[in-house]
Design a binder for this molecule. Structure first.
Ligand code: FAD
Length: 589
């Protein structure tokens, strides 16, 4: 099992990754259960779901709870389903596909609105709250953001002072943008004890001193509740502190990590749905006497949308499997399930941030192109692309904005390198020699991915090369060079997406029905070609910022050589890819 981020510095074989082709009967059953719920309870209600209606939200949460759809991450002993992380990702993806605003209500509840107690609560906390959170009788919310503390969450001004009798903490402050606040029962609230120690409290929403501001008038996800929660001398029993005073950042980070992973899955699910709508419309809509899907520029869009979905899907289930394996790794066997999950999330923090960025940005690309394919109708209220476009936008802002997640990826890897947990320096020494001797890949074979696998190796080596150059040049000051760290993170994301797609496809080629890999092979070829062009630009940008003179000239020559891709006719490939999806009328592999 690879450790977090190690895909960059180690070779990975197809056998080491889990792919959607390996879903078990149980996975397919859970997928169907969510699909049925989404179709029967959410899609059928259409516009109703997109308007705030606390009673309806509660009713739907109870129904989802009855089906076990709220408790994938809750241990069985507390009435949860305790499903594997692949099932957990499947639930998120299927909700994303058609759940509209309700998806956010569900995501927030099962993620940051439940995980603080599921992962870090005492047995008493778990007994008291988890069964209700699992069934949907209790609705969870998460109070981290404040008017002056958004991304800079540790700058929270909400205070918690111990009462004179030592029985309560008295909370004062305001939490902003709280999802599910309007009808929530619990809010996991971050406050500073004595104005210093960042701490997580379980606060019951009917506590005296809590009031809500008006519902925010949002651009999208209009059917979810979002308001500020005001705490005025709210007494919270001392036993409602989770994981101890001063440990709030650990809880926030781990709950957010799981949230990031799930957001990635939801976004890919949602984008699949918008893709299907756009593809079907492109077949019906006639202009200049032909269906618009006959036009090359529409085919190109459909192919690019499909390629992103394939990459995203491949990354989700690979990551889910990594999380799952770490939870059950022998070294963690002494810990309870909550702690094991937290350790796994910490290990794969980089992969979770990758999923958040890739999933949200792939979704935004797909829904934007879906609006374009619908033309003017895509801009009119009630059109599925219009709804997907509005609802997708906040995903890049919350659960750590994509800028914050870009900082997380590179800074986590370089910090781990400084601590000896990620062997960047010796990897750099190894790849420097190899890159100098590397030859450009000049030949592509249509039926296999040998050329693409070689380019993937180059992409990995180049990322390590650039990361270590920047690390050595700036040391701890690298955090102040955000343009460089953000770009290196984009290189890391590109490597993970290419590798996940290629390894999955090679596994399909080796499987029982190799012909199933025909379109994935073509998708990998287009993905690798376009990614290598981007890689060249990103590596160049960072190297120019890090070095000069002869060394820079030498390194730029290396970049040029190893990122050059063979002459592949990507227009023909995209035509074949789009023809496949147009025939199917939806995303399916
Ligand atoms: C619909 C909705 C629901 C939400 N639900 C919840 C919830 O349930 N609970 C909760 O606690 N919060 C919730 N949030 C809040 C959300 O998590 C914050 O909006 C988010 O963390 C960003 O904080 P901010 O809005 O204050 O923006 P800011 O932090 O002010 O950021 C503004 C811009 O500056 C960038 N930026 C900030 N710091 C840096 C940096 N160091 N380097 C580079 N760029 C930076 C950001 O990426 C962003 O682009 C929700 C928000 C929305 C819109």
């Amino acid at each position: 099992m690879l450790n977090g981020g190690h895909f960059l510095i180690q070779s990975v074989t197809p056998e080491q990754i889990f792919t959607p082709e390996e879903f078990t009967k149980e996975h397919n059953a859970i997928s169907k259960a969510v699909k049925d719920f989404v179709t029967g309870e959410l899609v059928s209600r259409g516009e109703e779901i997109e308007k705030i209606n606390y009673e309806l939200s509660r009713e739907l949460m109870l129904k989802a709870g009855e089906l076990g759809l709220l408790s994938a991450d809750i241990p069985e002993e507390f009435d949860g389903m305790e499903l594997d992380k692949i099932s957990s990702a499947l639930i998120s993806e299927r909700f994303g596909e058609g759940g509209g605003s309700f998806t956010l209500t569900e995501l927030n509840h099962t993620g940051i609105g439940t995980l603080p107690v599921a992962l870090f609560g005492t047995d008493e906390h778990k007994k008291k709250y988890l069964p209700g959170l699992a069934s949907g009788e209790l609705i969870g919310a998460f109070g981290l953001t404040e008017p002056e503390a958004g991304s800079d969450a540790l700058n929270a001004k909400t205070t918690a002072e111990l009462s004179e009798d030592g029985k309560y903490y008295v909370l004062n402050g305001t939490k902003a943008f709280i999802t599910n606040a309007g009808f929530g029962d619990l809010i996991f609230t971050m406050a500073k004890v004595d104005g210093k120690y960042f701490t997580c409290f379980i606060v019951e929403m009917d506590s005296e001193g809590i009031s809500l501001d008006e519902e925010e008038d949002k651009m999208g996800v209009k059917g979810t509740s979002t308001c500020s929660v005001i705490f005025k001398d709210v007494n919270v029993p001392v036993e409602n502190v989770i994981a101890g005073v001063g440990k709030g950042h650990v809880i926030a980070l781990n709950a957010l990590n799981m949230g990031r992973f799930k957001v990635g899955a939801i976004c890919i699910g949602n984008a699949k749905n918008a893709f299907g709508e756009a593809v079907r419309y492109s077949k019906q809509r006639v202009q200049f006497g032909v269906s618009i899907c006959e036009f090359g520029l529409i085919k190109e869009k459909i192919a690019d949308m499909g390629i992103l979905l394939f990459a995203g899907e491949s990354m989700i289930y690979r990551t889910a499997d990594l999380l799952q394996k770490k939870i059950y790794a022998p070294e963690n066997s002494q810990d309870d399930i909550g702690l094991r999950t937290a350790k796994s999330l910490e290990e794969y923090l980089v992969e979770c941030s990758i999923m958040k960025i890739f999933g949200t940005e792939a979704q935004d690309f797909v829904v934007d192109e879906a609006v374009q394919i619908f033309g003017g109708y895509g801009y009119i209220h009630g059109n599925p692309a219009e709804l997907a476009y509005r609802n997708s936008r906040p995903n890049r802002i919350w659960e750590g904005s994509n800028e914050i997640n870009r900082i997380v990826i590179t800074s986590t890897l370089t910090k781990r390198a400084d601590k000896g947990a990620f062997d960047l320096a010796s990897s750099f020494n190894d790849v420097s020699g190899k890159l100098e001797k590397a030859e450009s890949v000049t030949t592509d074979m249509p039926d296999n991915l040998d050329a693409q696998a070689k380019m993937l190796e180059s992409a990995k080596m180049l990322t390590v090369f650039v990361m270590e150059k920047a690390h050595v040049k700036h040391g701890k000051g690298l955090k102040n060079e955000q343009e460089v760290t953000g770009t290196i993170s984009d290189m890391v994301i590109a490597v993970y997406s290419i590798e996940s797609s290629i390894l999955r496809t090679i596994k399909m080629l080796k499987g029982k029905k190799p012909s199933k890999a025909d379109i994935p092979v073509k998708m990998c070829k287009v993905l690798v070609n376009s990614s290598m062009e981007k890689m060249a630009g990103m590596a160049k940008k960072c190297l120019i910022a890090c070095e000069e003179g002869e060394q820079l000239t030498k390194d730029l020559n290396i970049v040029k050589k190893v990122t050059s891709a063979p002459a592949v006719n990507t227009i023909d490939l995209r035509r074949d890819i789009s023809a496949y999806f147009i025939r199917k009328g939806r995303y399916t592999i």
